[in-house]
Every structure is written in structure tokens, then in C-alpha cells.
Design a binder for this molecule. Structure first.
Ligand SMILES: *Cc1c(COP(=O)(O)O)cnc(C)c1O
Length: 410
């Protein structure tokens, strides 16, 4: 058996990206493999939030909408995200949740294709995507939801009635990556638009919305972007499609919010995606969390993410062979920055690992999921996690009633 710790130590010693870990405040004794669900807290966020609470809110009061730049925060933060998804400055709006932004964009897509009625949605997508589409079809009488299984199936189902295809770029369970350019081209050839969910992509893998001719995208900022629990989501619409007609036509998306006109007129570009008053506290936390991306060599980071995923899969398949683990994720790149393994006792195994300070998560019915946030993990962490997993399996440490009890959030 290869010495996995020796290999990890050598990789860490030669890692030109090792400096990024020091930009995070990680708790002692924890190996955090859930940055794909809630990113760790970057240094500087607490100070920035304190500044907003004290200097800007307590002391500046309402003057801070102008003086502290609160009004422009959704687009300024969007400008930090833009290079990570391959779009230009001024094109990304940050606010609301991914769920709400899915609703806005799906409705805008239906509006942009008035002679078509079908939302074509990936059946295995993260549930909220399908739920929001179902909610929209209950509201818009002519709209209809149809499901597809995989990229092959999209092509088969792209009929003349399809207005928009909704899918994830990186799958939340398997980490399989869709060929963005190919899906865009197929949809466009059939006259449909594509709405990409980038929740598990942004900050983990390269994304090029502009270069692949994409139409619309939404995504989370509390995963690999480390914006904090409930951080506002982003939304993007190709400049050629703007201004969009989205139904959550609040005053902050109006072309002139402080004209107090009676009738709605959408702002051009990203502002037209906004609805209400920006979430200043959480936007400020996210703004501070995104500062690191100005210094990160992105191609080097994507390579590190891929190397970590490959390393962990190889280590687990080697160290835990014979214990009934089934790899859910693709065996080879391209793939996202997390890995899924099925096991009938997956829930209890994850709990046993968490009790040892190794935090992954569980996705029903039986998948253990381990995320490799490339900004703050080390290869040595991955070996330690794989060794702990082997130990939990060998000793059946999971077979303990306290690891069977399920919390509200898994
Ligand atoms: C995490 C995630 C979401 C979360 O949506 P919220 O509105 O922030 O709860 C949506 N879609 C996908 C694909 C996700 O992975």
C-alpha cells in the first residue's frame, strides 16, 4: 500500500497555493470537508461586519446609503463574482436567494419566448430548482414543466415548445460537470434558452458563461464563495437579453427607483434583476469574503481542486477497499470539487466522522458527500480523513445509536 500521508506531505510542501489557507479562520481540531455546503469564515469578514454595524449603521445612519456605498453594493459585489463565471463588469446582480433568483429568471425566460410554454428541468437537480419551476407553472397557466434525465435526454426533448432548459453545471450529488457550450448550442439550435445553476461551480471549477454563449445563470455565494450562512445569491442575464421582464418587479429593479413613478420600468442590465432593498449586512460580509479572489491564480486553484478530488478518490478506494463503498462521482475529470460515496450506513458513518472532527455531509438516501474547498484544505487533511473513514468502517464505529439520530439539517 502506498503511504498516503507521505504523498500528501510532499504535495503540500510543493503547493504554490498553500498561502490561501491562512486567509481563513478554521477551528482547531476540525477537518472541514463541507465547504461545498457552507464555506469557512475568511479573515476580515468579522472586522468588515463590525465596521458596517458601527461606523456605517450606528454612526452613519441613513446617510450610509450614499456615503458608504450601500446602494451600489449588489453590483459591486457582482463585479467581484463576474470574473469567476466568465462575464463582464456590471452584469451580475447579488441579492435574494438562489431559489428566488431561479423564479425570476425562469419567468423572464418564459416571457422572452412568448410562443413557447415548456420549462425543461433536470429530474435529478437540487430539489429547489424543480420546486421553483413547479411553483411558476402553478402561477402561469400556459407554462408546463417537463423533466429530463441527462445531457442525451435534453437533446431528445428539445422540441419547438421548449422555452428554457434548467440545469446545474456541477451536479450537487455526483459532481458530474455538464458541457456548457454543447448544451447552450443544442438549446439555441432548438430556439430555447438555458438557465444554469452554478451553485456547486462558482469558486470551485472554471465557468465561462460569456465564452460558451450562455443566456442566464444563478448561484449560491455561501458555498465555495464563503459568504456566510444565508449569504445573498447572484443572478446573471446575457447583455443581449436585457432588459428582462421578471415578475418580482420591485422598486430596486426600476430604471429610476427614486423618481417614485407610478409604473414599473425595468432598469437595463443587472439592476433589472433586483427586487427590493439590498441585504447590506450579508452583502458586506460577502464583499469581504470575495477579496481573496483578486490575488488567486485561478487556473492554479482549479488544478488544485481537481488534484484534491483525484487524490481523495484514489486514497479512499485504496484504503477502504472491501467495505462496500460505491463511488457516485465520475472516476475521471471533469468533475466538481466534491465527491459522493454511497453506503447503506452512510448517515451513521458521516456522524461517526463528525464526532472525530471530520465534517462531511449526507444526502439521502445513502450518499456520503465530501467537499474539497480548494482555498483552505491541505492534502494532509485528505489523507487524515481517508484514514479516519477506514477506521470507522473497520471498527464499525458507526454502529452506535447516537450516530443514528437525525437532525433537521443533514
Ligand atoms: C445549494 C443549492 C441551492 C440553494 O438554494 P437557496 O435558495 O440558497 O436555498 C440551489 N440550487 C442548487 C443547485 C444548490 O446546490
Amino acid at each position: 500500500m502506498t503511504d498516503w500521508m507521505e504523498r500528501a506531505v510532499a504535495l503540500d510542501a510543493n503547493d504554490g497555493m498553500a498561502w490561501t489557507r491562512d486567509r481563513f479562520e478554521l477551528p482547531e481540531g476540525v477537518i472541514y470537508l463541507d465547504g461545498n455546503s457552507l464555506g469557512a469564515r475568511p479573515r476580515g469578514v468579522a472586522e468588515r461586519v463590525a465596521q458596517v454595524l458601527d461606523a456605517e449603521w450606528r454612526d452613519g445612519l441613513i446617510r450610509s446609503w450614499n456615503d458608504a456605498g450601500w446602494f451600489d453594493l449588489p453590483l459591486r459585489v457582482g463585479d467581484r463574482i463576474a470574473p469567476l463565471i466568465g462575464v463582464g463588469a456590471g452584469e451580475v446582480a447579488v441579492g435574494d436567494s438562489t431559489s428566488v433568483n431561479l423564479f425570476k429568471c425562469l419567468a423572464a425566460a418564459l416571457h422572452a419566448r412568448p410562443d413557447r410554454s415548456v420549462i425543461l428541468c433536470e429530474a435529478g437537480n437540487f430539489p429547489t430548482d424543480g420546486y421553483m419551476a413547479q411553483g411558476l407553472t402553478r402561477l402561469v397557466e400556459k407554462a408546463e414543466l417537463r423533466w429530463f434525465d441527462d445531457a442525451e435526454d435534453v437533446r431528445a426533448k428539445l422540441g419547438p415548445d421548449v422555452a428554457v432548459v434548467l440545469l446545474s453545471h456541477v451536479h450537487y450529488r455526483s459532481a458530474a460537470v455538464q458541457d456548457m457550450a454543447a448544451v447552450n448550442a443544442a438549446a439555441h439550435a432548438a430556439g430555447a434558452l438555458v438557465l444554469w445553476d452554478l451553485s456547486h461551480s462558482t469558486g470551485a471549477v472554471p465557468v465561462d458563461l460569456g465564452g460558451t454563449g450562455a443566456d442566464m445563470a444563478v448561484g449560491c455565494t455561501y458555498k465555495y464563495l464563503n459568504g456566510g450562512p444565508g449569504a445573498p445569491a447572484f443572478a446573471w442575464v446575457a447583455p443581449g437579453l436585457a432588459p428582462v421582464s421578471q415578475p418580482l418587479a420591485g422598486w430596486m429593479g426600476h430604471a429610476a427607483p427614486f423618481a417614485f413613478d407610478r409604473d414599473y420600468a425595468p432598469a437595463d442590465g443587472a439592476r433589472g434583476l433586483m427586487a427590493g432593498t439590498p441585504q447590506v449586512l450579508s452583502l458586506s460580509a460577502l464583499d469581504a469574503a470575495l477579496e481573496i479572489w483578486e490575488e488567486v491564480d485561478r487556473p492554479a486553484l482549479w488544478a488544485r481542486s481537481e488534484a484534491m478530488v483525484a487524490f481523495f478518490i484514489d486514497a479512499v478506494l485504496d484504503l477502504c477497499a472491501g467495505h462496500g463503498l460505491a463511488l457516485v462521482s465520475p472516476r475521471a475529470a471533469p468533475r466538481g470539487s466534491h465527491v459522493g460515496f454511497d453506503h447503506p450506513e452512510g448517515y451513521a458513518i458521516v456522524q461517526a466522522l463528525i464526532a472525530r472532527g471530520i465534517i462531511g455531509d449526507f444526502r439521502a438516501p445513502q450518499m456520503m458527500r465530501f467537499g474539497f474547498a480548494p482555498l483552505y484544505l491541505r492534502f494532509a487533511d485528505l489523507t487524515a480523513a481517508a484514514l479516519a473513514l477506514r477506521d470507522v468502517l473497520e471498527t464499525r464505529a458507526w454502529d452506535d445509536p447516537r450516530f443514528q439520530a437525525r437532525g433537521a439539517v443533514t
